[in-house]
Each structure stands twice: as structure tokens, then as C-alpha cells.
Design a protein around this ligand. Sequence first.
Ligand SMILES: Nc1nc2c(ncn2[C@@H]2O[C@H](COP(=O)(O)O[C@H]3[C@@H](O)[C@H](n4cnc5c(=O)[nH]c(N)nc54)O[C@@H]3COP(=O)(O)O)[C@@H](O)[C@H]2O)c(=O)[nH]1
Length: 740
Amino acid sequence: MPALHDISASTLLPPATDQAWLRTLREHQVLLDNAGMGIVFIRDRVVVRANARYAEIFGYDSHQELIGQGSVGFYPDQAAFRALGRAAYPVMSRGRTYHTERQMRRCDGRLFWARLTGTLINPQDTTEGSIWIIDNIDEQKNIQLRLDTALREKQALLDNALMGMVFLTQQRLTHCNRHFEQMLGYHPGELVGTGIEHWFSHPQDWQRWSALLAQGQASGGEVLLRKKDGTTIACEVRGQPVNPAQPDGGTVWIVLDITERQRTQAELAQAHEALEQTVQERTQQLRETVNSLHHEINDRRKDQERIYWLAHYDPLTSLPNRTLLAERSSQAIELARKEQTPLAVIFLDLDHFKHVNDSLGHRVGDALLVAIAQRLRAVVRERDTVCRVGGDEFILLLPGANAQGAERVANKLLEAARQPYQIEHHELTMAPSMGIALYPDDGTDFATLNQAADVAMYRAKLDGRNTYSFFTPEMRAQSVRALQLENALRRALEREQFTLHYQPQICIATGQITGVEALLRWQHPELGAISPAEFIPIAEDCGQILPIGEWVLREALRQLQAWRKMGLMLETMAVNLSAVQFRQPQFPQLVTRILQESGLPAHALELELTEGVAMDDPRAAIATMDELHSHGVLLSIDDFGTGYSSLSQLKRFPVYKLKIDQSFVRDLDDDANDRAIVSAIIRMAQALGMQTIAEGVETSGQLAFLREQGCTEAQGYYYGRPMPATQLQALLAGATGSRA
Ligand SMILES: Nc1nc2c(ncn2[C@@H]2O[C@H](COP(=O)(O)O[C@H]3[C@@H](O)[C@H](n4cnc5c(=O)[nH]c(N)nc54)O[C@@H]3COP(=O)(O)O)[C@@H](O)[C@H]2O)c(=O)[nH]1
């Protein structure tokens, strides 16, 4: 299509004729109408002519409609119209074509983009009008706009991406974003044109990818990129051909700096390792804590078991103690009550166990107790309880046992006790005294049954030991009395309730008083006179015999010395000695000291020992006797004939006199057996070089028999009852031995 100014300059020249003119106009009109673009001729801002395309572009039905219309109406508003005029006319008036793209307005008011080309008919005279060629480029403009937007977005993406973006062609960087340049420390544009070897630390990485890229596939991995300063950074790169169908048309790369990520990962790995370590340590600590807790719980459980055991068992014999016995007794009594069954309690006390401790030491004593405990346990049934309640005291709880059953057990225990115990090199025999109490007759609770059995045991001891005794109601009264006496005894010495009575001992041959026996008397303000036969065993049991016995010894010798100083010559003062006193390790020293205090010679004192004292532990007894004898103290055996003195032992005792028990003397007049016994004792004593004294002599007939048998001395009511010191003093003063 010819340019508008060409048309004006050549084809718009006036024709020679009207016909020719009209033809030319028609030709022009056809030309204009068939032009692909809108063409308009404007003069004085009014449309003079326009082609059909122009009318079509602006929404008119025909170009005739446009003729005479103001050109301002084709623009969005006055301002746009004026702006175009201001821009176009300076150009066009210089004879040049003005090109522009503007928004224009269709007749229905819709705006559209148009490309305008304006030319003045006569650049020297603008009033001749102008020709405008207009093309609707709305669609093109929209595409352009979208493209621009896309490009701007892409650029924004490139500029603001937090990763490097690189475009390569033939392994040369065509362009990249700012981030990539900053990653490698380059100024903007500095990398354009550089080859990959410029910033690839190991270009061989590229070789690995090139095959894939050549096939139009994506590739990439972790590589080291070299920065401008020579240092490297770890990057993750991902590239692919811009157009997979045309692999050599360039590639685009996304580059991510993973130095920080790797550092973080390393730190994470380190932290993880540290955490793992800590977890392992904590797990170990936890395991150790759990273990130690386990041990602690075990220890605590063992402690609790031990505490329970100690609270309920006797540590020496491992037998139940009184606490456990009380628990089991309560349960057994409850069961006996419910099921109406019998139950027995045996209180067992070992006779003279203390001697073992005193003479052989506690080690032997303990071993003996353990052996006894085992033997006791072996005698009874599984369901019975054997308990150790004190030094040598045991209680047996026999559920289901009646009197016969309990008696059977007691006999079995006595039988078992007859077998000697072998403790170290000692062969020991230990007899028990037992008291038996029965449920419900003797008590319906543990304390009462226990007390009843204890009282019965005490009776068994009085009955000569090594036996058993059933509880009777009378015993309870006696035990109350015993308790009463025990309490009173503890204060008797300090309250000076004791006195000594003296009974003369007469030489049968001369009728002279050779000595006296000191006999203890206790006058209690409320209880009255209490027999030594009753209170001495109680004093022995509770230990009071020691201070009392010492007082007797001191008082008797003081009295003898007092009499001697009065000129009343008495050869000896006989003092009864309790077994408990005799077994005191320091007893000989005590006697020596008291003798020294009295100022009397040792042979002025005669100690009367019972057979039992000597026989329980002959070896120790002999040692003590020897020591006393070596000091000059006289020793005699009291109540001779009632015990079990072995003749072989007797001959080894340094005793000078046997005192024939009054039980043999009492019936001498009538009983041939007693006469035979007394006669035998006297002869035996004579054979051993010992003197004899008969106690309890009450009749002249008794005295006659004794004299006849060669008995040395006599003592008894026949000569005089035990009497206060003043009375004996009077007797001594007037004594002439006339009754001999
Ligand atoms: N360890 C100590 N024992 C002592 C002491 N004082 C006494 N006793 C012992 O007490 C038992 C009872 O003594 P007692 O009641 O004094 O009886 C003595 C005499 O009174 C009594 N006796 C004396 N002559 C006759 C008599 O002709 N007939 C008769 N029925 N009784 C008589 O005999 C007891 C003498 O006892 P003994 O000579 O000792 O064997 C008694 O066992 C005393 O030993 C003490 O201080 N310590």
C-alpha cells in the first residue's frame, strides 16, 4: 500500500475533466475501501473522507456516516486529543510522517489500541488537512502487554529469587540473575560471556550432566562453585534445556547455595550426635539409677525383712521371740476359741544354765543355747511354736494340745534333755524345769496363760527341778506373794528389816557350844515375819541375795568379834551360803575382805554350802573352795544326804564337816532307814576324815543315837532355837555345857 503522502502527492492531483475527476475519486474510494487499514482525511478537525475499514474499526455501519464528524470524538477525551496534536503536528509540519500508538474510542464508547500514522497534506499549510492511517492493534497490544507483564514478572522473579538463575548457551553464560552474581561475588553483568570453567570448581561435573542435557532431560547435583575471590561454595544446581526439543538451544540453571544448609546439616548432625551421646549417657545414667534403685529397693526390702526378723526372732537361736509368740498365741487362741479345741503353753527354764556361762564362758553358753533350741524344735510338731523369751527361758505354744498332750511333750523334752550336749570339748547336760498352762482353764489370753505357765515352772523348780508341773489356781496366789516379796526385798536392807538369829552348835562329846549358825530373819512392817525358806529362793532369783548375803556375812562376823571381845569365846560362826553368792567370781576376795574388816582369823568362819552348790559344776566349785580353804576358811556341806553328791567328788572337796540333813534326823527314833542313812553318812565322813553335825536334833533319843554313831556335833531345838544375839549372849555367858 502506498503511503498517504504519496497518494496526496501523486494520485490526488486534480484531473483534467469532471468525468476523469469522478473516475479518479471512485478509484481512490475503491482504493481506500480495500485498504487493510482505516484511512481518514481530516481537515479543520472534521472528517472529510474515510474508508470502510476506518468505519468498521470505529464501529460505524458505513464510512458516509463519518463525514462531517469531529475528529476529537475518536479519542478517549479532549486531553488525549490535544496531547496527540501536540505531539504529532511538530513532526508532521516538518514534512515527516508521525507514528504513534494511542488509545482511541469507538462510537459505542469502548476504547481500543490503535497504531496511527499521520501525514499533513501540505506540511507548509496545516489547514489543508491531514491523512491518518489507523490500525486496530488492540489484540496485538494486549498480547504485547501480557508479554511485557510476563517479562516483568520473569525479571522480578529473576531479580528477587533467593537462588541463582543462569542461562547458558554453548556452556557460556548469556545472562543470570543478581542473586547468582552476588553468590559468587561478581558485579552486575560481570559474568556474562564467561564459560562454566570460570566458576565451576570441578568442570568435570558438567560432563556427567551433558549427556542428559543433550537428550533434553534435566540434570544436576551438588557441586562446588568458585567465587570471584577464589573460595568455593557448595551449591545444588539443577539445569534443563530451555527447549527440550532443541537441547543445544541453551540451558537454564537454578543454583542454590547450600553452604548454610550443609553447615546447618553438619551442625544438626553434630547436635544429633551430641544428643545421641547425651541420650546414651542419660540412658546409661537412667539404667544405673534404675539399677541402684533396684539395689536400694532390694536393700530396703532386706533391711525391712531384717528389721522384721530382728523384731520377731531371737538372733542367737533364730527361734521366734516373745513378740512373734504373742502374735501367734493370739491367733492360736482365737482359733481354739472358734473351734473349741485345746491349747497348751509350756514355760521352760534351764536349770543352772548360769553356771555354764559363769564357768565356761558365754561362747560355750551361747553354743549350748543354740543346740538346746534345735533339740526343742525337733521334739515338737511343725505347727507348734518354740520361742526363746530370755537367757535360758523358752516358751512352747502347742495348739490342739490338752493336758495329756502337753504332758507327753514335757516328758519328751525331759527325755531329750538327758542326752548330753557336746559343745567344743565339753560334755554338758542341761535339765529343764517346765510349767504347763492349759487353755481355757488356766487363761484365755496369751499374757494370762504365759504367766500361769511361768508360775507352774517356778513350782517345778521348787519341786526339785528337772521336772514339770501343771498350773493350779493356788499357784497364782503364791506367785502374787512372790512378786510382793520380791518388791519388798529390794528395800529391806536399806530399811534395816533384817536381823540375824543364832543357833548354837554343840560338841556331842563335851556338850560345849563350839559355834553358832547365823540364820537370817526378816521382819516386814506389814507382811510380818517372813521365813528365809520362803524369801531366800526369791532373793536368789532376783539377785538380791548378793547384797543380803554380804550383809549377813559382815554382820555375823561383826557379832562374833563383839562376843569374843566380851570374852565369850566361840570357835566358829557358821554362815549359810547361797549358790548364787558362791558362784560370784570375786567371792573368795569378798570373804577375805570382810574377815579382815572383822579382825577375825579365817578359821573363825565356817561357810555352809549345799550339795547342789558343789555338784552343779564341781570343777569351778573345787577351785573356789580351794581358794577359800587356802585362806583358812572352814567349809561344810549343809543338808547332806538330800543332794546327789558323788563320793568321788566329795573326797576332792576341802570340806571339814558334813551337816546331816534334819529330814534324816527327824525320824531317827522310829525310822530304821533314816538311822541306817545317818549311820552311813557318819561312817563315810569318818572314812574321809571329816566331822559331822546333825541338824534338827529335838530329842534326847536322837542325840543318843548320834552319839552312839560317833557324830561329832548336834544342832537343834533340843539345845535351843535360833535366837537373837542378846539371848545367845546370855546363854553363852551362863553356858557351862551342863546339858551335854
Ligand atoms: N543363804 C542363806 N540361807 C539362809 C540364811 N538363813 C537361813 N537360811 C536358810 O533358810 C532356810 C530356813 O532357815 P530357818 O527358817 O532359819 O530354819 C533353820 C532353823 O531354824 C531350822 N532348825 C534348827 N533346828 C531345828 C529343829 O530342831 N527343828 C526344826 N524343825 N527346825 C530346826 O533349820 C534351819 C537350819 O537350816 P540349815 O542349818 O541352814 O540347813 C534354811 O535352809 C537355811 O539354810 C542365810 O543367811 N543365808
